[in-house]
Structures are given as C-alpha cells and as structure tokens.
Design a protein around this ligand. Structure first.
Ligand code: FDA
Length: 371
C-alpha cells in the first residue's frame, strides 16, 4: 500500500483543482512543483504592495455560472473589466474594435456610418478566399484597422510577415458596433480580491505541497509514492522527447517599478506599431484599483527562440499536431497516469476552461475508483 493515492505533478490551476476535489473525497494527495512557488502561471508576486501577475496578465472570465461560483468560494472577485488601449505611435484607440475606435479613426458616429466605412475599404480588395493573415484581416475589418492595429502587432508577436502567416490564426476578430470597450463578451469577469494566490491557497488548503522538486530528477522515487500520477507538465518531456519537441510561442517580461502613483492610466496597453520592441505594457495595480504610492509595470516582449524560454502558447500547426497525436497514443497506454492541463494536453486553456477540465477529470476518476 503506497503512502498516497495521487501524486500530482504541478501546482497550477489544473493540479490544484484536481487535488482539491480528490481531497474533498477523502483521497490522500501529494503535490510537487519544480518552481519555488505554487500556482503555476497564475502566480502573483507582491511588489510594493501590488499583486504583480508574474507570468502575464490574467483576467478571469466565464459564461458558466457553476465555474464562477466555484472560484468565488476561494476569493471574492472585483468588478475589473478588461478594456485594453492600443497605442499606435502615440495615437490611442479603444479595444476591442468598437464604435469608440471607429469614431477616433474616421469620425463616424453611427453604426451605419461605421459599417459603410469598413465596407468602402473592403470593396476594392476583391479578396474571396484569403491566402494569408493579411488578406484575412483586411477582409474582416478593412485596411485602416489592419494597418494601424493589427499588422505590426501580429508581425511582432509571430516574428513573421503577415503575408507569410496562415489566415486561420485570425478566423474571427472582435468587431462591435456599440460604444462598448469591454474586451470579453462573457457574463462574469473580474480579478480575485487579494490576488490569484488566494485561489490556489484555497484549493490546496490542507494538502502537502513540495516546491523546488522536478519530477524528472527522480521519477522512480515519485512513482513509488502513490498509486496514481497526475501529470501537468509537458507531455513531450514525459516521453523523453522521443518524437521531437513540441513548439511553443514564448514571451519575456521586463519589470519596472516607477515612483509615481499612476503610469499609464490603464491596466493593459498594446503597442501596435512596428518600432516599439514590446507588444504590451501592463500596469498591475489597475487590475485591483490600487492606490499604492508607487506603481509596477511589466513590458511584454515576444520571443522567437523558445528552446530555453517559458512555454506559453502551443503552435497548433500540422507538424506539431501530428507529433502531439503520437504522444497522446503513448499517454493512453501509460498505466496509472492522468495527463491534464495546458502542458500535458498541449492546448491553450483559459483559466475557467482548465478548471472545467480538472473538475471533469476528477469526477471521472472518482467514478472509476468506486467501481
Ligand atoms: P500551469 O503551467 O499553470 O501549471 C503547470 C505546473 O506544473 C507549473 O507550476 C510547473 O512548474 C509544474 N511542472 C511542470 N513540469 C514539472 C515537473 N517536471 N516537475 C514538477 N513540476 C512541474 N487565462 C485566462 O482565463 N485569462 C487570462 O487573462 C489569461 N492570460 C494568460 C496570459 C498568458 C501569457 C498565458 C500564457 C496564459 C494566460 N491564461 C489566461 C491561461 C492560464 O495561464 C492557464 O489557463 C493556466 O495557468 C493553466 O494552468 P495549468 O495548471 O494547466 O498549467
């Protein structure tokens, strides 16, 4: 009889939610994480009294009342609404593309005028089947928005010309004919008061968590500890990269503390020109309506060489998806291991989606353990 029912590799939102549900059902769990903190990518560091989103800005949003209630068990959420500002060479525009953006660009005041302006710009393009991202974007929103707010930003993010990028990357673009700067359409949205760490602390309350331990440093030891493993690290790493490395897009962050109360007046500013090397600047205090005397900002830079960088966004092209399929076939045959979360499934998950997935997998597991 092993000491634990489950060894959970990774204390991110997937691992923590799964563990919480198992503990509630009376299972014995041990969580390990190779980082020096729990919480995975939603971890916040407190700097100057401000919760700094250490792995990029995180805004919780969902349409699912059950998931909203689930996270609200652990923290109260504030009324933060994501309304990024686009900065194109010092000209400021509201995002997502909406009546405020159109008014600033063209002086159009009614939805009819705005629609007519976009139609006028698209008319001459004669794009039926878009061959690349440039054509796709122009077809959706016209040439002005494309040039000022999409082209350079996307090229910085991907390190490639928009004409060399596949059209599927932007199948849809949020275009709204109301004066509404709310980026998300979801019913529920906000930031946990006290930061995301509160959610993870609540989920992992009463559970043993060992930090600074990498599963791969002593696989046999960790496997001997529990009947089952829940693995939330990279699936290709679990199988020794035997079919090759799955690619990710990455980002780096540069943190600055400014001796001013308010640096840019908004939590998120996107720099959509080609010259500014960073894509976004976050001012963290605005996620929580902070009134601290100083402010902390993060500049976000895209990274093209990702070998040693944090893996952030899976690259869902044919090559990587074919490789993933091979790893998934191996995973299915791996006894007593549950693969879950963004790295083990090589899938972009928003927070609410990763919670939903962990809840479904834990329920399934509890059903199995009863039979
Ligand atoms: P996560 O990566 O958080 O956790 C995995 C854990 O496993 C890590 O702690 C890691 O250290 C550990 N681990 C890996 N290998 C290990 C090993 N070998 N041994 C021990 N430990 C190991 N979502 C949203 O809803 N709103 C938003 O605004 C954003 N914003 C956002 C910005 C950026 C830049 C990104 C990349 C992502 C977002 N997200 C988001 C998505 C959100 O970050 C995501 O849904 C969750 O963090 C995923 O949680 P996981 O537990 O799956 O992975």
């Amino acid at each position: 009889n092993k000491k634990y029912d489950y060894l959970v590799v990774g204390s991110g939102l997937f691992g923590a939610t799964f563990t919480h549900e198992m503990m509630k059902a009376g299972k014995r769990c041990l969580v390990i994480d190779k980082r020096d903190h729990q919480g995975g990518n939603i971890h916040c560091k407190n700097i100057e009294g401000i919760n700094v989103h250490w792995y990029g800005a995180h805004i919780f949003h969902t349409n699912d009342k059950m998931l909203w209630d689930y996270v609200n068990q652990f923290a109260e959420f504030n009324r933060y609404t994501n309304s990024p500002i686009a900065n194109f060479k010092g000209e400021l525009y509201n995002l997502p593309f909406n009546m405020n953006t159109f008014y600033k660009l063209w002086g159009t005041k009614t939805p009819e005028e705005a629609r007519a302006e976009i139609a006028r710009q698209i008319e001459h393009l004669e794009i039926s089947e878009p061959k690349n991202l440039e054509e796709q974007a122009q077809k959706l929103v016209g040439t002005d928005i494309y040039e000022k707010l999409i082209k350079h930003y996307t090229e910085k993010q991907w390190g490639k010309k928009a004409t060399e990028l596949p059209a599927f990357i932007i199948k849809r673009l949020p275009v709204r004919f109301t004066y509404d700067n709310n980026y998300f359409n979801d019913k529920y949205q906000g930031i946990p008061i006290g930061g995301y760490n509160k959610i993870i602390e609540g989920l992992l309350q009463n559970c043993e968590v060992k930090l600074n331990v990498d599963f791969f440093d002593d696989i046999d030891h960790w496997k001997s500890m529990a009947d089952k493993i829940v693995f939330t690290g990279k699936i290709d790493a679990y199988f020794n990269f035997q079919y090759g490395e799955l690619e990710y897009r990455s980002l780096t962050y540069e943190l600055e503390v400014h001796d001013t109360e308010n640096y840019q007046g908004n939590a998120v500013m996107n720099f959509t020109d080609g010259e500014t090397p960073y894509t976004r600047v976050y001012e963290h205090k605005h996620f929580e309506f902070g009134t601290q005397p100083k402010t902390v900002i993060t500049k976000e830079y895209p990274v093209q060489e990702t070998r040693n960088a944090e893996p952030y966004y899976p690259v869902n092209d044919e090559k990587n998806m074919a490789m993933l399929k091979k790893y998934q076939d191996l995973a299915e045959q791996e006894p007593n291991v549950i693969f879950g979360g963004r790295l083990a499934e090589y899938r972009y998950y928003d927070m609410h989606q990763v919670i939903a997935s962990a809840l479904a997998k834990s329920r399934n597991e509890l059903k199995l353990s009863k039979t």
